[in-house]
Design a protein around this ligand. Sequence first.
Ligand SMILES: *Cc1c(COP(=O)(O)O)cnc(C)c1O
Length: 387
Amino acid sequence: MDLETQAVRAGQVRSQFGEHSEALYLTSSFVFDNAAQAAARFSGAEEGNVYSRFTNPTVTMLQERLAALEGAEACLATASGMSAILATAMGTMKAGDHVLCSASVFGATVQLFGNILGNFGVQSTFVPGAGVAAWRAAIRPNTRLLFVESPSNPLTEVFDIAALGALAREHNALLVVDNCFCSPALQRPLALGADVVVHSATKYLDGQGRVLGGAVVGSKKFINERILPFLRTAGPTLSPFNAWIILKGLETLGIRMAAQSARAREVAIWLETHPAIERVFYPGIDSHPQFTLAKRQQDSGGAIVSFIVKGGREAAWRAIDATKVVSITANLGDTKTTITHPASTTHARISAEARAAAGIEEGLLRVAVGLESVNDLKEDLARGLVR
Ligand SMILES: *Cc1c(COP(=O)(O)O)cnc(C)c1O
């Protein structure tokens, strides 16, 4: 079936009541007919729900639907995007192993690999830029994971997923792609050559800024052997309520991504001509250094536009403070447009050197375009952009 159909249909299981909309199973545990069945469920001899840290029917429906959209065999939902990345790391690495991570990733991902997992003996290298040669040079015999966001947050750098996937396989490592910015509506990394997709469902999958969630998507073997044991034991599973919200969010994913991307492209084109703007980063216009690659991998440029305002932090903050429509918040992927100053918020905790290496300049702003009218958005952004 096509993606649009799967987004509204895949994974649904109806109860004996014949509900049309997916049911929300708010329950922590499940009852058994008798003691023997309880034993059989616990031993795994009989399939079925036991406890919502292991499985829950609403969460299962979401997992099936997202797996279908990503063209994957299996998916496990997690409490947040960061717990999806944590589960992937914990399921694939041990002390002494090495992760090669793009330098242009979400700030918390840098913290997780560099500091938190570093305390447990995991080594990490952050590779600047999207050039495959630099990745090849940084790979080690103990490298287990290659990790990228494509497009990356906030500079929308695009990575050659096929080339990095091949490099990972050559070295017996896995390529993990954080598909947050595109969502499966615009990009399916597994078909392009990635081994694993991680998601912050908090962003476009919910799409309306309501709940936190995440997911790990991949082969049945990988999910069952690597992710499931960690998740059901350590416990950062998704709540059924959040799963239900995200499940319903997926139904409008395709039309939201198309509409928000179209608006973002218009905003990017307009910003490029604005005299107060030094540079625009948007993969859907030909000024983007990886425009051709983005065109090959993505159905459109996505809904995030980043740009450097002339005049550094002062000018960037002035542009933020002059807005009346867009929301000043660090979230993205909402139907409401958001504006963020990465250097002082999402990327403030990483060192100034790491920030500079990742190209997070003081004048950089990130706008996650929502569903408001483009004219209102342009007018709102123009208010604080003085030439
Ligand atoms: C937000 C985000 C995350 C983390 O997701 P949470 O749901 O906030 O834990 C990871 N990667 C990217 C690209 C993000 O934007």
